[in-house]
Write a protein that binds this ligand. Structure first.
Ligand code: 6LW
Length: 503
């Protein structure tokens, strides 16, 4: 179904909410495909599809086999899969990415972006994060990495050709020139990069030249995008990729965050994927406003149905939105053992451990609720909101008892306990922005509790959300909400997740 937008209509940004950073997009005919970083989570690299750049559906994950994605236990959270680039060339999709925990830069190919993707071609001669791929007129492949430097690549062997050379590194003195993307547009080669670091100083700058390897002349208007030193609701804007829209105009996909609460502003959903219109003036891209509501584009929209609130775990395979920490083995996570239930078998003891058996998905709304029916008869497990091993809250059920725990940095505390009838119990969390009470509030409150037999929700603990924010925890990810096993075997009958109206 497509619909021509009405005059004055708007579309909402982020176009892919929740922890979906470092977007890279490519167009093939009428179809758009987009990938994001996934860090310590398995499967890795979510792949999205859209017909209009506004509405996106997740097709799968590019890295879904251990032969493609190794995330060792020793690798800290926010390591792993950084900043892929997705391109289509010569009838194939190409994905280049860094696994900072294992093996450096890797190249994958697929004929269908939904998969299967190949096993990796290792790129030992490509040094640096944020690799980009571009092909010149005679088919030479150029890889450009953060720094910014460039080298030619033999795609068949993964060997580099010649020595890497420095190209353009952005505004002199700017922090962290990274996220390069190289494009042939019209008569020029454009080298777009991010600079300023992925925090409040983040920015996008661009240069152009007559050849893919430069020399490059910087845009006089650099940075062409930044929200630094503003009160705009979307901050940290940067790490962008350019794409031509269905009507021939241009857009950027980029990452940004939505901080909430008082000073310094805490963001809890990680870095999200936003869209911005682009115009060309004198051969340079001029980025339109990156706002929470954008004027509806001039091209037809293709809305996609909302995901159902409930996952019943009736299918043999989990929906691609479900991610686990570092690995997911059939023996520890399966819907095939007890029909209509997700069974988790504990390995690591709790969400404090790097090998916790966990299945969750990104928190995508500032206000939302999640509930799950757990049968802990043969073990202990629960519902966790996770940022990393050292920053998570959870409600945990053992036979006849429910407890709420908070882990903040080195501290782990039991904050509530309640006796419940033996057997299955519904655990839940409701998350809502905190009403403003001066500059030290917010950004939100997480209320953990249980559903009573009559359906009412009894809150056992209200916990401040800021401790599960990137400003407190650091790192590159965002909140993930899900189920885990802490001991023995636990079964989950369903998992509900739904946005709530913002107060
Ligand atoms: C990524 C870098 C960045 O490699 O953060 O915002 C790093 N940009 O380009 C991790 O996402």
């Amino acid at each position: 179904m497509s619909a021509q937008p009405q005059p004055g209509a708007t579309v909402s940004n982020p176009v892919i909410p929740g922890f979906h950073p470092d977007p890279s997009v490519c167009r093939v005919g009428d179809d758009y495909y987009l990938v994001c970083s996934s860090f310590e989570y398995f499967p890795g690299i979510p792949v999205f599809h859209s017909r209009d750049l506004v509405h996106w559906t997740q097709l799968g994950n590019a890295l879904e086999r251990p032969s493609q994605l190794c995330l060792p236990r020793e690798m800290p959270s926010s390591g792993g899969i950084f900043a892929p680039t997705l391109r289509h060339h010569d009838g194939r999709f190409w994905l280049i990415v860094t696994n900072v925990g294992d093996g450096g830069n890797l190249l994958f190919t697929a004929t269908d972006p939904a998969g299967p993707w190949s096993d990796p071609i290792r790129l030992p001669g490509v040094h640096g994060i944020d690799p980009d791929l571009a092909w010149d007129e005679d088919g030479t492949c150029w890889v450009t990495v953060a720094g910014v430097s460039q080298v030619r690549l033999d795609l068949a062997t993964g060997e580099t050709l010649g020595e890497p050379h420095r190209v353009w590194s952005g505004t002199p003195g700017a922090l962290a020139p990274e996220a390069p993307h190289l494009y042939r547009i019209g008569d020029y080669w454009y080298l777009m990069i991010a600079e300023g670091g992925t925090e409040r100083g983040h920015a996008v700058s661009i240069a152009r030249g007559r050849a893919p390897d430069g020399p490059f002349e910087p845009c006089p208007a650099n940075p062409i995008l930044t929200h630094r030193s503003t009160h705009r609701p979307i901050q940290n804007t940067g790490h962008a990729d350019l794409v031509q829209a269905p009507d021939g105009s241009w857009c950027l996909v980029l990452l940004g965050v939505r901080p909430g609460g008082g000073t310094p502003g805490w963001h809890v959903l990680g870095r999200e994927t936003f869209l911005a219109p682009v115009e060309w003036v004198d051969g340079w891209p001029v980025v339109g406003e990156v706002a929470l509501e954008l004027p509806a584009p001039a091209w037809p929209l293709h809305p996609v149905p909302a995901e159902p609130a409930r996952d019943e775990f009736d299918d043999a395979e989990l929906h691609p939105r479900w991610i686990s920490v570092r690995e997911r083995s059939q023996s520890m996570c399966t819907t095939k053992e007890r029909s209509g239930w997700l069974t988790l078998r504990a390995a690591g003891a709790s969400p404090d451990e790097p090998d916790v058996v966990f299945v969750g998905h990104r928190q995508q709304h500032l206000s939302c609720r999640a509930r799950t029916l757990i049968d802990p008869t043969d073990g202990r497990g629960g519902l966790a909101v996770r940022l990393d091993e050292e920053h998570h809250y959870e409600i945990e059920a053992a036979d006849g008892e429910v407890k709420v725990y908070a882990r903040i940095g080195p501290l782990r505390t039991e904050v509530a306990t309640r006796a419940v009838p033996a057997g299955a119990v519904v655990l839940g969390v409701e998350i809502a922005p905190e009403p403003p009470r001066g500059s030290r509030t917010g950004p939100d409150v997480l209320s953990f509790g249980i559903e009573e037999p009559d359906g009412t929700f009894t809150v056992l603990a209200d916990l401040a959300g800021r401790y599960l924010s990137t400003e407190v925890a650091g790192g590159f990810t965002g909140r993930v909400i899900g189920m885990y096993a802490a001991a023995g075997t636990v079964h989950f009958d369903h998992f509900d997740y739904e946005p709530l109206q913002l107060p």
